[in-house]
Design a protein around this ligand. Structure first.
Ligand code: NCD
Length: 328
């Protein structure tokens, strides 16, 4: 695996392998000796975090994932303090990062930039891997990986993701997390998807076409109450107000697309509620301590799957797998 730009590089085998590696890694990390072992895996490697769009979880988990493996990091989070401010092109900035580091992790407000960075590497002597940490409204592949891992862990005792009914609710039109997650869920047999969105915020046709092509069954609705009793998981998202052109988010009656004590009462006892965070009013904090609310667990899973992913890209995964017997 060189670059992680879209979810398309992941097939079912790779997803299963990555989930397994994540669980092994976090188990090794339970003891100080295990943590020291992980930290000496990649101490001579350096990564660049180029995040020109707001981020808390993805930035911090990527940064800490690097540190857990001993990878040193540098960052640009504000293009106003880089040479882009002086008019340097995106391509020239990427070339510069590639001259100094061994891995580029990037998030941009525009779609397609991570792909442009990866393409550029094709012409360079130092082909530095690029990880897309969120590209505009389009893709967020590492979030989709941690979502898959969270679903798999929670469905461990009930046969995994296959055959489950998974609802996605909120701003499906402009949310990159749900778009990327749909693309990964195609790899799980007999999964049924339900898209719950206010008119104007429905899932885009390109994703529906992709599900049609793989014969994934899905339904679209604006009535959460019809689906609460039957879903095995509901993935809730916030309104992506930063993409508004005329205050359209504010015109949605969010009470119809929210989960609180009244809604959770109708859900199955073993169902799970996910959210990529940050949340808005669509998830009431009153349900945070319900065992079905797994979004804080999901956030933590993001750290460990990113450790596993970076270990794969920088070729340390075999060492982790062989160390299992020593630490577990
Ligand atoms: C998401 C994102 O940035 O797309 N956040 C995240 O990475 N956890 C979701 C969002 O901002 O709504």
């Amino acid at each position: 695996m060189l670059h992680v730009i879209t979810t398309d590089i992941f097939d079912r085998t790779l997803l299963d392998d990555l989930c397994r590696l994540t669980t092994i890694t976090r188990r090794i990390a339970r003891t100080p000796d295990g943590l020291r072992f992980l930290q000496q895996l990649l101490p001579v490697r350096r990564a660049m975090l180029y995040f020109t769009q707001p981020s808390t979880r993805t930035y911090l988990s990527m940064n800490n994932a690097c540190h857990i493996l001993g990878v040193r990091t540098s960052e640009i989070r504000n293009p106003d303090v880089s040479s882009e401010f002086k008019g340097e092109t995106f391509e020239d900035s990427i070339r510069t990062f590639a001259a100094y580091v061994d891995l580029i992790i990037m998030r941009t407000p525009q779609p397609g930039y991570a792909a442009r960075a990866a393409d550029l590497m094709g012409d360079m002597n130092r082909r530095v891997p690029v990880i897309n940490a969120g590209s505009g409204k389009d893709q967020h592949p590492t979030q989709a990986l941690l979502d898959i891992y969270t679903l798999e862990r929670n469905f461990q005792k009930t046969g995994g993701i296959e055959g489950k009914t998974i609802a996605m609710m909120g701003d499906l039109k402009r949310g990159r997390t749900v778009r990327s997650l749909c693309r990964l869920l195609r790899h799980y047999k007999d999964t049924r998807l339900v898209f719950i969105a206010a008119p104007g915020f429905e899932m885009e046709p390109d994703i529906l076409a992709c599900l049609d092509a793989d014969k994934v069954s899905y339904e679209q609705s604006d009535r959460l109450e019809d689906f609460l009793p039957s879903v095995d998981a509901i993935y809730v998202t916030r309104m992506q107000t930063e993409h508004d052109t005329s205050g359209e988010s504010a015109r949605v009656d969010l009470s119809k697309y929210s989960i609180g004590a009244a809604q959770i009462e109708h859900m199955k006892k073993e169902a799970v509620i996910l959210h990529p965070l940050p949340r808005g009013p669509e998830i009431h904090p009153e349900i945070d301590s319900d065992p079905r609310a797994v979004y804080w667990q999901q956030e933590r899973n993001g750290l460990w799957i990113r450790v596993a992913l970076i270990a794969c890209i920088l070729e340390a995964s075999d060492q982790i797998i062989s160390a299992q017997s020593k630490f577990l």
